[in-house]
Unconditional design. Structure first.
Length: 336
């Protein structure tokens, strides 16, 4: 079976993707500098799959280390990157250095080592505030933060590399809102500090570590006034990466592909789904809108279905039940 280098494979989406790659029979090498993750996740991947990925602790901006990591590798899934939108506004150079630097170094090392398939973690944030929904891959792109610009620029770098090297294949996967955890409850999302994102925040309220959820605005032009997003179960997303790797290994050129469910849920709908998952009412209050939030977006998913044969299978209740199982069993995440 082909061997895949997973950069950022100790992180949230990367660890779930390692599980699905190993289950599909791929050989997996993880490279991660652990700046936002813990090495203990690799043992947990082994608990789930019976196989432990090879692990290289290192930075993807380190050309020589990446070259060594690419020995015998057929394709790369590139998750490594910094992802906090607010932090990127305060520390833009850190974000440009890390996210662009790692992608350029990786592509240079891949060229040197003759590795011609890459799957890249992009984001629906490259669409900015779309004029209409559902959002299609050919919609105009616009960026509202340094983080979004790093995703936009990496996409252009990968496209340019595919023009220059006709053997190269690059899939630019634009994720909508990944949430949930592995159904075993053994791996999940473990954010540092107070979470910014909705689901980890609700989970911390449910486990008693935060007093209540503040809903950022209930006066949007949506069905209940709260913001609408396309939440996608992280295991569905991980399975999409396995299919994307299969595709990248057998095709040439660059393709941008949305990974979402194709329908949106409001903040209140997600909140009530989480209450069902944990079996009790949870406290919340309505607060002001959060700056920069758009009212509503969800994905057009036809391209993922046509090119990859991928559709999301899990619904909001699955996402909340799996998040709750993980959070309840691991109130302090990966810390023992
Ligand atoms: P994460 O922070 O859990 O995982 C990223 C991993 O990359 C971490 O383990 C971190 O230690 C590692 N890393 C960062 N910079 C590195 C470097 N220079 N060298 C080696 N390792 C490095 O994040 P995630 O949620 O799993 O996201 C994975 C990717 O998907 C990121 O590129 C992110 O921007 C993108 N993405 C995430 C979301 C989301 O909501 N989680 C949405 C859209 C896109
Ligand atoms: N949200 C909220 N309270 C929170 C965090 C998020 O009401 O504490 C809302 C937010 O306004 C948006 C939705 O939940 O409508 C999803 O936010 P998240 O930060 O998870 O994702 P993104 O804004 O990046 O789509």
């Amino acid at each position: 079976m082909p061997k895949v280098l997973v950069t950022g494979g100790a992180g949230y989406i990367g660890s779930h993707t390692c599980v699905e790659l190993l289950n599909a029979g791929y050989e997996v090498v993880v490279m991660d500098n652990l700046c936002n993750s813990k090495a203990g996740v690799l043992d947990r991947i082994e608990t789930i799959t019976g196989k432990k990925p090879a692990f290289i602790e290192g930075d993807v901006r380190d050309y020589d280390a990446v070259k060594r990591a690419l020995c015998g590798v057929d394709g790369v899934i590139h998750f490594a990157g910094l992802k906090a939108v607010g932090e990127s506004v305060k520390k833009p150079l850190l974000y440009y250095d890390n996210n662009l630097g790692s992608t350029i170094t990786l592509l240079q090392a891949m060229e040197e080592m003759g590795v011609n398939a890459i799957v890249f973690s992009s984001s629906a944030t490259v669409y900015g505030d779309p004029a209409t929904v559902p959002v299609k891959e050919d919609f105009p792109l616009s960026c509202a933060s340094p983080y979004a610009y790093t995703k936009y620029m990496c996409e252009r770098i990968l496209e340019g590399a595919c023009v220059a090297n006709e053997n190269l294949s690059a899939l630019l996967l634009r994720y909508f809102n990944p949430i949930g955890a592995h159904e075993s409850g053994i791996i999940g999302e473990d954010p540092n500090g107070i979470p910014n994102n909705l689901l980890p925040y609700i989970a911390k309220v449910a486990v008693g570590q935060l007093p209540k959820l503040t809903i950022f605005g209930d006066d949007y032009p949506t069905r209940d006034g709260t913001g609408v997003r396309d939440y996608i179960h992280v295991v569905d997303l991980a399975k999409g990466h396995v299919l994307a790797m299969d595709y990248a290994l057998t095709h040439k050129g660059a393709e941008a592909i949305n990974l979402g469910t194709g329908s949106g849920s409001s903040v209140l709908e997600v909140f009530h789904a989480f209450e069902r998952a944990c079996g009790r009412e949870l406290p919340y209050m309505i607060g002001p809108r959060r700056e920069g939030d758009v009212p509503e977006y969800f994905a057009e998913t036809t391209k993922a279905k046509e090119l990859l044969g991928w559709v999301a299978e899990k619904d909001i209740d699955d996402m909340c039940a799996d998040t709750w199982r993980w959070q309840k069993g691991n109130p302090n995440g990966y810390e023992e």
